[in-house]
Write a protein that binds this ligand. Structure first.
Ligand SMILES: Cc1ncc(COP(=O)(O)O)c(C=O)c1O
Length: 392
């Protein structure tokens, strides 16, 4: 059996894969089993922050893997402690809990918020409010947090204690909190899976103030938007707010599984021994990879992310077949006249890998994508959106 047949026979059918077997890559180029090369405009759904097999990242990973690949959380390890220090220094957060994925980072954020509220106000104050259209993960608790019913069907009962309200509607939140049961509000400053939709700055500000006034913790889910993706280290930094808890994953370790939940001043000491844990969380190889990624997200890199974003926006503005582009930095959603699925399929055939988000073509390229490759990919996307044949 070939790879596709083996996959179909032995892997649970939860994914609708494209007919591409990714074999290797370098930077923003991926090669398939037939030797065909693609420009990677999705970076493994926002994960390979510095592309594939980036030399510096690879050196950090192999160096750590060759001395200690795992020790468990029974012992101290240097990469884990240094990464936590780096994250806290760069964000002003106070403590970090490491896990392995975005959903786990959010689970930890929810546990921290509930513990904070219940320690201070009693058990009744445990409700987490999230936004309609949000996406926070696939575990039963993060599904409950996800404000999209289509993900809930077939898996009820989900974890209780979650409510949702519409973006822009702080009044709805106030109504939901009339009994004072809300412990925390969790937001993505730019909804990713929900369709690459940035929240209005005025709404985020009003929400932030309401949370402060009522001692409701504000959790920023930076799983997709974090680690330089939007032109700031974390997207909340574009909105003039300081969340109490920040969760992140995806690009954090540049392609190795790692999640982090950062706790701010209010809840830095909320967890005590035994309150939470993870076998793999803070794994030294993943932590070494993340140190490499996070230490390279400096002002210079962030301004190049913004410059590349502006290039994409200006290249696509007013182009035939393109209704508009939403998002920030290198997290962009293109509204196309043609069906987005068809555009993505045709781009793939023409050697450019894109993602979807609802009815948009979503782009999450590596933060350091080469200018010439980016230009080539954008030209292809433009021509496919316009329904034009591409000249060789
Ligand atoms: C905003 C957000 N939160 C959480 C998750 C879940 O992350 P993971 O798939 O690593 O569990 C995702 C995944 O797409 C996400 O976009």
């Amino acid at each position: 059996m070939n790879i596709k047949e083996l996959d179909k026979k032995y892997i649970a059918s939860t994914y609708n894969r494209f007919p591409v077997t990714a074999v290797s890559g370098k930077g923003s180029l991926i090669t398939d089993e037939n030797g065909k090369q693609y420009i990677d405009m999705g970076s493994g759904i926002g994960v390979t922050a510095f592309g594939i097999a980036d030399e510096e990242w690879l050196a950090a990973v192999t160096k750590q893997a060759s001395v200690l690949q795992h020790a468990s959380n029974l012992y101290y390890t240097e990469p884990c402690a240094r990464l936590a220090e780096l994250l806290c220094e760069k964000t002003g957060m106070k403590k970090v809990f490491f896990s392995n994925s975005g959903a786990e980072a959010n689970e930890c954020a929810i546990k921290a918020a509930r513990k904070y509220a219940q320690d201070k106000y009693g058990e009744q104050r445990h409700v987490i409010a999230t936004l309609a259209g949000s996406f926070h993960g696939r575990t039963l608790t993060t599904l409950a947090a996800t404000g999209q019913d289509k993900f809930h069907k077939l898996f009820t009962p989900l974890t209780g204690g979650f409510v949702s309200f519409r973006a822009g509607q702080v009044e709805e939140l106030k109504e939901l909190n009339k009994n004072g049961d809300i412990a925390a509000v969790m937001i993505e400053c730019i909804q990713g899976e929900g369709g690459v939709i940035p929240l209005e700055k005025a709404f985020v500000k009003e929400l932030y103030e309401y949370c402060i006034e009522n001692d409701i913790l504000l959790i920023a889910d930076e799983v997709q938007t974090g680690n330089g993706r939007t032109g700031a280290l974390y997207s909340y930094m574009n909105f003039g707010i300081v969340p109490d808890i920040v969760s992140t994953a995806k690009g954090l370790a540049g392609g190795l599984p790692m999640g982090a939940t950062m706790l701010g001043e209010k809840c830095e000491n909320v967890f005590s021994f035994g309150d939470h844990g993870s076998t793999f969380g803070g794994n030294p190889v993943c932590a070494a990879a993340a140190i490499n990624v996070i230490s390279r997200i400096d002002e210079e890199l962030l301004s190049s992310v913004k410059r590349k974003s502006e290039y994409i926006l200006s290249a696509l503005k007013g182009a035939k077949g393109i209704k508009g582009v939403d998002g920030m930095g290198l997290m962009l959603g293109i509204r196309t006249e043609r069906d987005a699925g068809e555009v993505i399929k045709e781009c793939m055939e023409k050697g450019v890998l894109c993602l979807s988000a609802k009815d948009k073509v979503r782009l999450l390229p590596a933060l350091n994508i080469d200018d010439a490759l980016l230009k080539k990919a954008i030209e292809t996307i433009k021509q496919v959106c316009a329904g034009e044949e591409i000249s060789a």
